[in-house]
Write a protein that binds this ligand. Structure first.
Ligand SMILES: NC(=O)c1ccc[n+]([C@@H]2O[C@H](COP(=O)([O-])OP(=O)(O)OC[C@H]3O[C@@H](n4cnc5c(N)ncnc54)[C@H](O)[C@@H]3O)[C@@H](O)[C@H]2O)c1
Length: 308
């Protein structure tokens, strides 16, 4: 297949490039490096089936090559510090960027695959969150540039599916981690792993009782690959439902990596969800998919890359 991936220099995008090249496909990566890394493009630059286009997909996707089979739209700043630094760009890539991807897919008769997010559920009143839950999002809060961009992205994807017949997929990705995340990503696993490897105390915000669930990147990529093969157009959650408090995560870091202290900081990011956990029954029934990498295994694999 010939697959165009927006956000190819990002964390998730680069793992998709790798997977598709290993499977024998031709891959066109597109990125403007707003939150990605040149080193992620360099990994594949010499590969005979990889081409890279540096472009802002919110202004258009300048692809003029042979017929595409898939447009995978993964471009968007994804970590709260990044999208809050670039709120307008984040809204644009969710809106115009998604529409440009849909137009390209439509023109090529290709499939369109949208990377949406668990953030569409906001600070949820239903726990764990099934795909049928409509969410609880603050439309004007500091996270809204991301949450609402993705909600719009889902809406326009369904509109192109319904009114233009585009063969679409939507995944709602829950917290994912692994090698090739930026060291300054700002999310808790990257922070903890870096602090532990530097022998620094781990910073816990609040009382450490807030919970999160974390999915290792290989599990996400497997779920994406399976969904491409199934004609299902409504959103599908992909995430790990093993839930940990931040203090439990401190214990796991101590056990798997190195014994370090932690410090508590009295700071709560605005609109930070207190709980978030996927209901993944849909992915199990539809794709026979469930996560297979444990948090201990995943943190170990991630630390190996950071330590290099
Ligand atoms: N990592 C997660 O836990 C997670 C969770 C939910 C959803 N997602 C979604 O998955 C996708 C990838 O996330 P990630 O963690 O790899 O983030 P990332 O920041 O590492 O990668 C995103 C990539 O998109 C590129 N990009 C952003 N705007 C662009 C634009 N206008 N034109 C071209 N390129 C642009 C960035 O430079 C970056 O390389 C995003 O759409 C994100 O919303 C990720």
């Amino acid at each position: 297949m010939r697959i165009l991936i927006t956000g190819s220099a990002g964390f998730v995008g680069s793992h998709l490039v790798e997977r598709f090249l290993n499977e024998g496909h031709t891959v066109i990566g597109v990125d403007n490096y707003i939150s990605g890394q040149v080193s992620n493009t360099d990994l594949f630059r010499e590969h005979p089936r990889f081409t890279f286009i540096e472009a802002d997909v919110s202004h258009g996707i300048p692809y003029t090559g042979d017929k595409l089979d898939w447009v995978m739209h993964f471009a968007s700043p994804a970590s709260p510090p990044h999208y809050q630094q670039f709120p307008v760009e984040t809204l644009m890539v969710g809106a115009q960027g998604t529409q440009n991807g849909l137009e390209l897919a439509h023109a090529h008769g290709a499939g369109f695959f949208l990377a949406s997010t668990s953030e569409v559920y906001g600070d949820p009143h239903v726990h764990p969150q099934p795909e049928t839950y409509w969410g609880n999002v603050n439309p004007i809060g500091v996270r809204s540039c991301y949450d609402e961009a993705k909600r719009y992205a889902e809406a326009i994807t369904m509109a192109y599916h319904r009114s233009r017949g585009v063969n679409t997929r939507i995944i709602r990705i829950f917290n994912t981690y692994g090698p090739r995340m930026r060291p300054d990503d700002g999310r808790v696993i990257t922070n903890f792993v870096h602090q532990a490897l530097r022998g620094e105390p781990l910073t816990v915000y609040g009382d450490g009782s807030q919970t999160r669930s974390f999915q290792y990147i290989d599990d996400l990529v497997e779920g994406i690959s399976r969904l491409m093969m199934v004609k299902y157009h409504k959103p599908v959650n992909l995430g790990n439902s093993d839930e940990f408090t931040m203090l439990e995560l401190v214990g796991i870091i101590n056990e798997v990596l190195v014994s370090v202290d932690y410090v508590m900081e009295d700071y709560f990011p605005q609109d930070d969800p207190k709980k978030r956990m996927p209901n993944t029954i849909m992915a199990l029934n539809l794709l026979n998919w469930m996560p297979s990498v444990s948090i201990r295994e995943g943190i170990h694999l991630m630390a190996q890359q950071f330590a290099k």
